[in-house]
Write a protein that binds this ligand. Structure first.
Ligand SMILES: [Zn+2]
Ligand SMILES: [Zn+2]
Length: 238
């Protein structure tokens, strides 16, 4: 395989390290070493098919969803925001390690292939990051993972959502987050009639997924399904 000159030089000057364990990466490894990659595991407990959080049953909606169903038809929160997965997400979100999107996107695609609604998906849309963060960081984690996921499941990736307002969610308490003004997303009319797979990075309370789903449905989407890389039960760990 041909290696670019700059990549080769970089390899000589600065050996690439695993973002999770700091081991020197060998061969074709990018971002994560083989050992850490093999320990990137999906959630093992049963999860509510509607909101995605760990629950008693993987087929029946949880009590929270029975009492107050979310607007999306189904949700998969791929892993628990812990250990190697947390290190990988942080490297992707804040340290510019875009290459982490591929192993994550491919694993999420494998999981989503098992969902009963998988065949109906017509497009993939990432949850957009806040304007300021996007300017600073380039593509958001959700957009990068969404691109790999969409390519793997052979569906078009469409940036169908816009995020409004200057509020940043990290740092807000759960109560503040629940009180952020509704309508902080708007969706393009092109989502009309689509069955959208919405992709986010880390989900805590599910508020972002619900809000983005509502704007897609208001713009005429036929149905929305959600997937996030990880579920963080404790918002302080974002
Ligand atoms: Zn490692
Ligand atoms: Zn639920």
């Amino acid at each position: 395989m041909r290696v670019g000159v700059s990549a080769a030089l970089k390899g000589i000057l600065l050996p690439a390290l695993c973002v999770a364990c700091d081991a020197v990466l060998s061969g074709e490894d990018r971002g994560l070493c083989g050992s850490c990659r093999s320990r990137l595991l999906p959630m093992s407990e049963p999860c509510c098919p509607r909101c995605g959080v760990p629950a008693d049953s993987a087929t029946e909606p949880c009590l929270g969803c029975v009492a107050s169903p979310p607007p999306q038809e189904g949700t998969i929160l791929w892993g628990s925001y812990d250990g190697i997965l947390r290190q990988a997400v942080l490297a992707l979100k804040h340290r510019g390690h875009d290459e982490i999107a591929r192993p994550l996107g491919q694993r999420m695609a494998a999981r989503i292939g098992l969902a009963p609604w998988f065949d109906g998906i017509t497009m993939v849309a990432p949850v957009p990051s806040h304007g300021l963060r996007r300017l600073r960081r380039g593509s958001s984690a959700a957009a990068l993972v969404g691109a790999d996921l969409a390519a793997t499941i052979h569906r078009p990736l469409k940036p169908a959502l816009r995020r409004h307002g200057l509020h940043r969610q990290a740092g807000h308490t759960r109560i503040q987050r629940m009180q952020l003004p509704p309508g902080s997303f708007s969706a393009k009319p092109s989502v009309q009639g689509e069955r959208v797979l919405l992709v986010d990075d880390v989900s805590t309370t599910g508020t972002t997924l619900r809000r983005a789903t509502n704007s897609l449905l208001s713009a005429g989407a036929e149905a929305v399904y959600c997937i996030a890389i990880a579920h963080a039960p404790d918002p302080r760990r974002m």
